[in-house]
Design a protein around this ligand. Sequence first.
Ligand SMILES: NC(=O)c1ccc[n+]([C@@H]2O[C@H](COP(=O)([O-])OP(=O)(O)OC[C@H]3O[C@@H](n4cnc5c(N)ncnc54)[C@H](OP(=O)(O)O)[C@@H]3O)[C@@H](O)[C@H]2O)c1
Length: 340
Amino acid sequence: MVGENHQVLLRRRPVGTPSPDDFTIVDSPLPQPGAGEVLLRGLYLSLDPYMRGRISGVRSYAKPVEIGAVIEGRVVGEVVRSQHPDFFPGDFAYGGYGWQLYSAVPGADLVKLDPAEAPISTALGVLGMPGLTAYVGLSDIGRPQAGESVVVSAASGAVGAVVGQLAKAAGARVVGIAGGAEKCRYVESELGFDACLDHRAGDLGGALDAACANGIDVYWENVGGGVQQAVFPRLNDFGRMVLCGMVAEYNDQEPRPGPNLMAAVRKRLKIQGFIVSDQWQRFAEYRAMAAPLLREGRLKNREDIVDGLDNAPAAFIGLLQGRNFGKLLIRLAPDPTRSG
Ligand SMILES: NC(=O)c1ccc[n+]([C@@H]2O[C@H](COP(=O)([O-])OP(=O)(O)OC[C@H]3O[C@@H](n4cnc5c(N)ncnc54)[C@H](OP(=O)(O)O)[C@@H]3O)[C@@H](O)[C@H]2O)c1
């Protein structure tokens, strides 16, 4: 059934930790698909840490969201109207736009999804941008070798979970860092990491010394802050630090002091950042590798699904404080491909 649109707009730029008052929720007319466009009814909206940067107004590698505009986001949904020859009502697709129920988007920007291949929501997580991020950063920068020790922060999250599982498959010894005992149990028992350390339990340095007695060869950086301070001095000679993100610092109003880089000279470290959108062309290659692993249960994923667009601001604020457990998604409408 096609109804009205419902949107979350940016009301003002957050200062520090975002507040619900930074967002406003409005009803609006349904967008009409123009020539070559498709009207997509959203089923799942992905909430991702990068959105904090987009609403801050700071120009970086992508344009900020303007005040009064719909918040940026990626959506999986169902085609309800189409002016594009490749899409028909009832098709499922990835590539809808924004924190809203409906979007009219160019058919050329959509990827058709086959629910028989994998649950359609996974196109936003393990088989989507976060999964590709793990694959690209690990194969281009981290390059773990058999027997090396790899430490992954935010290990139960969308990116970290895939990083650790791919590093294990490469023969590395993998130690996760996560917030809380429940996440750590999941990382060890479900994802199969060799160990997982709770960064909220205190003395992370001591726990790293015990878990990585021979030092750390690869550090996958997802959080920054105190976790980074504990890991950096424990990197081995010729260690690699994959700078994926620093979510613990996204609400900061002042940049934090970084590590002393003389250690990187002495230890001949490789420290490299990357942005996954530079590597979209590898999407098909990643999906071809990961989709069979997911179907066979050799690649595990966990989704944290919150119902209702109105709950997106609170869920997003929680994501920046570690309240999510797994890939954070907003269910915009019941998923007709999933029973129960
Ligand atoms: N470079 C790229 O192209 C690229 C692409 C995608 C994502 N990323 C980055 O990858 C990282 C992970 O993203 P994701 O989508 O997979 O998110 P996620 O790990 O599913 O969720 C974020 C996690 O970060 C941790 N966290 C949040 N606030 C924290 C805080 N204040 N202190 C310590 N830990 C905190 C929490 O895990 P714990 O409770 O376990 O600490 C939280 O669950 C982010 O830094 C993101 O920006 C980069």
